[in-house]
Design a protein around this ligand. Sequence first.
Ligand code: AR6
Length: 210
Amino acid sequence: PTVAQLYRTRKLLPAETIDPAFPPSQHLNDSVSVIRNDLTKLEVDCIVNAANKSLLGGGGVDGAIHRAAGPGLVKECSGLDGCDTGDAKITQAYNLPCKYVVHTVGPIYHSASRQDATRPEKLLRSCYRTSMELAMQHSLKTIAFPAISTGVYGYPSHLAARAVVHEVRQFLDSHVGQNNALQRVTFSNFEQKDMEAYAKAIAKYLPPTP
Ligand code: AR6
């Protein structure tokens, strides 16, 4: 469903939760979707992998992507010389139904992050922004993200969703009308906590058109 559809079935949160700097936009409502689904099943131009710096596979969504893609993926990844936190690299998708996989490395949310969350937030925003830039450089139009860093890496879902939706809204706003702009960004969550976190963040930064 699109965000607009999501809100037709959901009672709106109080108006004061909407950030006045981010008024409703039908264009954006049609460009962003939140779904609860397995990322490896999506027939989008590219899915984004929440990888680790080695890019050689792991657990969680990374493991699911490598299992579904088959051995060609790790073979290609092994030639990429890893990836820094907040950065992204692109590969073919092998047996996956999407066309490409963007591999990004989210920040680990340490106990120190509770005192100063600016650094992990910058890195998390960078993961999403860099992945979207990479997709655009490859003329891709549709991209689907998991809730990066909110699993093994421990980033609190509500803080992650707020930073991510704000970053994506700014990114889409800054490319409106460009012919290489992304047509659809999908947040493909696995867990209820992330669905709730995204509903709140979207009400704030991507409010539905009245
Ligand atoms: N589709 C969509 N979301 C999924 C799927 C799936 N198939 N499987 C899990 N999730 P995590 P991280 C959700 O731990 O926190 C790996 O070992 C999951 O419920 O996969 O960035 C890497 O190699 C959670 O909400 O990624 C790294 O070492 C979200 O995806 C490390 O984990 C992210 O959880 C990265 O940790």
